[in-house]
Design a protein around this ligand. Structure first.
Ligand SMILES: *Cc1c(COP(=O)(O)O)cnc(C)c1O
Length: 360
């Protein structure tokens, strides 16, 4: 068996320890005589799995008691609709458009009401986060929506926007559990887990309890009401059982390591290695404004498409895979999520240095 260094933006690298443990438990989970994939979601043994997963997540993120944790399906993209359906009481919400995912959410909201674009960085290919300290925010907005880490472009809010008293809703898909977070500043904080937390198929929604109500837009399907899932502790219907089980293992892996303060320290260290190299390289250049750089997704280019392609091909042969950038940015992107070991980043930088030397 040989594992590669996988820089995929998602689904992405998972901790090797977690994969090994899951493999050990594949045929017989803790004496149950069956795999977690095969057991009823109503069984006692599964109940322990989902309850422990929730408690570990609460411990890690220090989630206040007045927030519900929901394990749902439909990906982050389904939340683009679910959020307006459940929260757009005045039929008006504000969106800060910092990339494709924020834009998709903004466009989806227009189906349900008036979506106001409060700010955008599209003028410079989403290579920065706009100043959100004093935006012109209409009083009657139901919420202000952001995408906190822009997976495709590699930018991250270093400071949350000043919403002027309005509810903040954030998509944290690609920075979930990468650093400590003050949940109380958000009305909803949510993410698809396949970037930094687990396998595709689970989206975690952390929602303040007072936002969960029967008062939703007319026509909202039962399955798309937060109340349906909150009332049933995420077991209204069959949840993505196996995915939740793996997420639970990742939560324990993080707790054992020392929690979100520790993973943040490691993430800063890892990203620094790559950014320091980019800043002194004559060949490779980062594509975003330094002050807005993401710790998770690092896009870079050589400025020459053929050289980019050559780099990606040679890197792959050397065991550094999925480095091709998103089609809208071009070049390369290294996603260095929680589970990417520091050694992987060091080796990538050594490979880049060598490539630069040979292709001067
Ligand atoms: C990947 C991603 C999405 C889309 O997630 P799906 O689960 O595929 O719907 C949304 N937002 C962000 C920030 C992402 O990185």
């Amino acid at each position: 068996m040989s594992r590669v260094y996988n820089f995929s933006a998602g689904p992405a690298v998972l901790p090797e320890e977690v994969l090994r443990e899951a493999a050990d438990e594949m045929l017989d989970y803790k004496g149950s005589g069956m795999s977690v994939m095969e057991m009823s979601h109503r069984s006692k043994v599964y109940d322990t799995i989902i309850k422990e997963a929730e408690q570990d997540l609460r411990d890690l993120m220090k989630i206040p008691d007045n927030y519900k944790v929901l394990f749902l399906q439909g990906g982050a993209s389904q939340q683009f609709a679910m959020i307006p359906m459940n929260l757009m009481k005045n039929k008006k919400a504000g969106y800060i458009v910092t990339g494709q995912w924020a834009k998709k959410a903004f466009q989806e909201a227009q189906i349900y009401g008036e979506a106001v674009k409060l700010a955008s960085s599209e003028d410079k290919t989403f290579s920065y986060i706009p100043d959100c300290s004093d935006l012109d925010i209409p009083d009657d907005l139901d919420y202000v929506y952001i995408c906190e880490n822009n997976t495709i472009y590699g930018t991250k809010y270093k400071k949350l926007p000043n919403t002027k008293g309005h509810l903040l809703v954030a998509d944290v898909s690609s920075c979930f559990l990468s650093e400590p977070v003050d949940v109380s500043r958000y009305g909803i904080i949510y993410g698809g887990v396949q970037k930094n937390v687990g396998p595709a198929g689970v989206v975690i929604v952390i929602i303040r309890e007072d936002l969960i109500s029967e008062d939703v837009l007319p026509g909202t399907p039962t399955m798309l009401r937060y109340k349906t899932h909150a009332d049933a502790d995420s077991l209204y219907n069959t949840p993505p059982c196996y995915g939740i089980y793996i997420c639970g293992k990742v939560f324990k892996w993080l707790k054992q390591m020392g929690g979100l303060e520790e993973i943040q320290k490691r993430n800063i260290e890892k990203a620094q290695i790559l950014y320091d190299f980019l800043d002194q390289s004559q060949m490779f250049k980062g594509t975003v404004e330094k002050k807005d750089r993401s710790l998770m997704n690092v896009p870079f280019v050589t400025g020459d498409k053929e050289l980019d392609a050559k780099f990606v091909a040679e890197a792959e042969k050397a065991g550094f895979v999925n480095l091709k950038g998103h089609r809208t940015v071009g070049g390369m992107r290294a996603s260095i999520y929680n589970a990417m070991p520091k050694e992987g980043v060091e080796k990538l930088v050594a490979f880049m240095r060598d490539f630069e030397e040979k292709n001067k």
